[in-house]
Design a binder for this molecule. Sequence first.
Ligand SMILES: [Ca+2]
Length: 482
Amino acid sequence: MNRRSFLKSAGLGAAAVAAARAAAADRAAKKPNVLLIIADDQTWRDNGCYGNPDVKTPHIDRLAAEGMRFTHCFTATAMCAPTRQQLYTGLFPVRNGAFPNHSKVYPGTKSVVHHLKALGYRVGLVGKKHFGPPDSFPFETVAAKQIRAFLGRDPKQPFCLVYCSHSPHLPWKAGDASAYDPEKLTLPAYLVDTPETRAALCKYYAEITDFDREVGECMKHVADAGVRDDTLFIYTSEQGAQFPHGKWTCYDVGLHTALVIRWPASVKAGSTTDAMVQYVDVVPTLVEAAGGKAAGIDTGCPDAKGNRGFDGKSFLGVLLGQNQAHRNLVYGAHTTRGIIAGSDCYPVRSVRSDRYKYIRNLNHQTAFHNTLIAGEKTYWPSWLRKAKTDPAAARLVGMYQNRPAEEFYDLQTDPWELKNLADDPAQADRKAALSEKLDAWMAQQGDKGNATEMKARERQGRADRKPRKKKTGARAERKAKQ
Ligand SMILES: [Ca+2]
């Protein structure tokens, strides 16, 4: 390259950098609004735009057509309180303290409320909370009928509104189940096909369609407020539904989550990304979209090495079409102790690349149980009946309750994680490499495995009480929905 062409290319490079800086400055000056709508216990693929052939979700599908759909987003925990608190803090569950269900983060931990308020936002929340202590999540409480007023309150101030639905969490009472024909449903391979399972799916799908109506209402509020173009409208499915292999596991049905982001001013409509992202990456992304610097933020909760920054990192570059990839690995941690009808100690940890998944069951000798398989009123007894004569059903029932110390799956050939390759010599190197990464992550989190699991009741604030009597049936369902 001669001097002249070098100068020319350097000039072009400088111009590109200047343009990128100007765009960033423009974004910072014009802070986007945020409306984040969160389902409750919706399996990631159970909507039209993620490929479920049966469930009707016209509004979510329209949102995907108008925004970017993430094919590889994950929560680190398949239950309500830890999922929400990692989403709001940008910190993984063991580190922030909210690793069992119905638990709270360590005092002093900051959340999206602090980080966006510091950038000039008003930050409100509608619906389900499942977090604490209040100082860590000082959201303005907004009622459903106040949404439009909250959005339009001060046009000069950007807003962040988190809308937390109670659907489609059990007991699946909302929506019209008769709109679904149980005979015509297509069942995924991790479910045992019985009339009871099909009836449960009809009720669950009906509640998803009812949740989709809420998505449509939120989309209309944003349009009516005249802020559609400058609002990051985010829909996410939270964690997997209350079926085996879903909620309360580290399988993909539990941890994988739908994520669609519409931001007409900056995100290409109808786009899809395969970049791997986690819930802990969302707050850093919002901070950077608002013109802040995620790297400099003190989360109020150090990791085991004394680092006080986020566990997550911004994927704004993915949203803007500048990056195709984000994370190499995503992590999972499940705490069974303290859930309704749960085993006394059954910690599960996982690490996943874009293709392979390694799971460690740290106290696998004991049987795994939870409210799903304790109740008489669920479809579970129909699975047990079928398992007596049907080997495939017996295998699904058995693998849910009794698991080996290690599991390893090739998600490309086995997306439902039904064929464990942990003892396959051909996978030994890959398994060892992921195992090492999992050890490093646990060390950074201060995660001691079984010993951490035994602190679950302390984190739930009920260490000095006797373990509660196991609840099953309708009472447990009502309790779990709170
Ligand atoms: Ca949930």
